[in-house]
Write a protein that binds this ligand. Sequence first.
Ligand code: C2E
Ligand code: MG
Ligand code: MG
Ligand code: MG
Length: 287
Amino acid sequence: RAKEEGRGTWRFFEPAMNARVVARRQLEQDLRRAVTEEQFQVYYQPVVEAEGGQISGFEALVRWVHPERGMVSPAEFIPLAEELGLIRAIGGWVLRQACSAAAAWPGELKVAVNLSPVQFSGGALVAEVASALKHAGLAPHCLELEITESLLLTDDAAVLATLHELRALGVRIAMDDFGTGYSSLSYLQRFPFDKIKIDQSFVRGLGQDEHCTAIIRAVVGLGKALGMTVNAEGVETAEQLETLRAEGCGEFQGYLFSKPRPSQDVRTMLGSPEYSPASVRPGSVAA
Ligand code: C2E
Ligand code: MG
Ligand code: MG
Ligand code: MG
């Protein structure tokens, strides 16, 4: 708000408000510098297949290692980066990092990269993805792009066209945080996603709110009918895993298996038997 009102208006704020504005200004400045100085890291969280318990790939999750504050959560800085027009630079960097990392992984492991709706405007996304794949030498089918329902809210023909172009490259498209937006079902009709990721809030509610089980059952049914993989995110307990398995979810992600970890830990994760659900016991996975 202060930004819109212009300089000099800060003196009308309460001291606490003033402090917030100052802190926010500082964060903006820090984030701009973070982009030029590449203060980011990509962490990777394993995606575990229900059938066989194997790791099928990893989701790339960006981290900002702030020189004074340490790790800043993407939940905090991604919205700011979107607002400041920095998300294209950050998103492009994550994409290139993730593709290069995945190209060095053994076998046909996939990497999932989150895209901000902002990256769909400006017309450069498809070329950027193609270039990242080519530069890394990664097969397109090993890259999965995660989008959220907010991208489709505008019902923009250009967005749909871009999704089709991305698909034509051979990359996979996943709908992230499914069930938290509006009129989700029509999106599934408008674009054939490869994967639906059930929002963590439904997984968290398992065992506490019977509606969560009902919603998960419905999404699994929908996914099966439409030929989409159904992923359950935020799996933290063996009880949740058991229910999700019984409901027929195709794959899982969550702290029960592993928190997101730096790139150099990927090989350890791949070699570790404790990531196999069969051997997971409550409390057996270190946070
Ligand atoms: P998301 O894409 O839905 O990612 C899942 C988030 O849940 C991650 O948080 C992950 O660390 C966390 N998570 C995974 N398993 C568990 C669990 O068992 N319990 C709990 N409580 N949390 C779990 P993270 O890494 O803090 O990222 C938050 C969000 O920030 C992401 O949600 C995504 O929307 C956004 N984000 C992260 N990296 C990027 C990026 O490179 N680009 C864009 N545009 N957004 C990103
Ligand atoms: Mg490979
Ligand atoms: Mg995601
Ligand atoms: Mg999610």
